[in-house]
Structures are given as structure tokens and as C-alpha cells.
Design a protein around this ligand. Structure first.
Ligand code: ZN
Length: 141
């Protein structure tokens, strides 16, 4: 992030705060304990059918369970970041699986089983210079 740049999140309510204090926002069920990410729009728990979901701040560290390299811009125009990029799943201690981009290391350093920590970073820049931020995970290599 450069100083003085206007920034906007890719989507509202994906994470809280920023920098080292950042945490992803999910939904936790008060009855069965299931955790969902991203957070659900309603209080309905698809796991146990209870109307008891509440916002839950998730841990900012987890383990890489799977990953791949994406070499071409995905079709559909929803992804406007750079290619190639590393993409995969990090499992948080809460048990929730988070689909994420990886950053902060060379692609050939990424391994399943590695620890990774949450980072909020620029995904791309709008034509007016506004930086669009998203969450990513930094593998501990
Ligand atoms: Zn439930």
C-alpha cells in the first residue's frame, strides 16, 4: 500500500482492521459451532438449520491444504489482478477453509502443510488510481 492512495476493499465485510491486526470475518453458529467464511447474509445455519449465526472474527494464521498456479486471466472478468498468481486453500484453526491468493514468496516455495498468515494487499488499481484491496495469505517459507 502506498501512502496517500485511496483504497477500497474488494468487498465489504470480508475482514476487519488492517495490517498485522487484520482478521477475516466469518459467521459462527451458536448451536452447532460450525464456522463459515465469507460471512453469511442471514442467520440461518446451513449445517444444523438453526437461526443462530453471528459474526465471528477468524484467526489470522492457518495451514495451506492445497494450492495451484493460475497462468491465465480467468474468464468472466471478475479477477482483475496480475497473472500468474498462486491460489489455494488455507485451513484456519477454527476448521474453516478459506480460498485465497498467496503472496510474499516465490511460487515454487509454496507447499501444502506450510503455515500462512493473513495479509491485506492491493489486488489491482482502478483507472482513477484507487487501489482495490483484498485478503491474501503469506506462506511461512
Ligand atoms: Zn449450526
Amino acid at each position: 500500500m502506498e501512502c496517500g492512495k485511496k483504497t477500497v476493499p474488494l468487498r465489504e465485510e470480508l475482514w476487519t482492521a488492517s495490517g498485522d491486526q487484520a482478521g477475516l470475518i466469518g459467521s459462527g453458529c451458536t448451536l452447532c459451532g460450525e464456522i463459515f467464511f465469507p460471512k453469511k447474509k442471514s442467520a440461518f445455519c446451513p449445517h444444523c438449520q438453526h437461526e443462530g449465526l453471528q459474526d465471528a472474527t477468524l484467526g489470522s494464521r492457518g495451514r495451506i491444504t492445497t494450492f495451484t498456479m493460475v497462468h491465465q486471466q480467468p474468464a468472466g472478468g471478475f479477477y482483475k489482478g496480475p497473472v500468474p498468481y498462486a491460489y489455494g486453500v488455507v485451513q484456519l484453526p477454527d476448521g474453516v477453509n478459506v480460498e485465497t491468493l498467496f503472496t510474499g514468496c516465490r511460487p515454487d516455495e509454496i507447499r501444502t502443510g506450510l503455515e500462512a498468515r493473513l495479509a491485506i494487499e492491493k489486488l489491482y488499481e482502478e483507472d482513477d488510481g484507487t487501489e482495490v484491496l483484498t485478503y491474501k495469505f503469506v506462506p511461512t517459507v
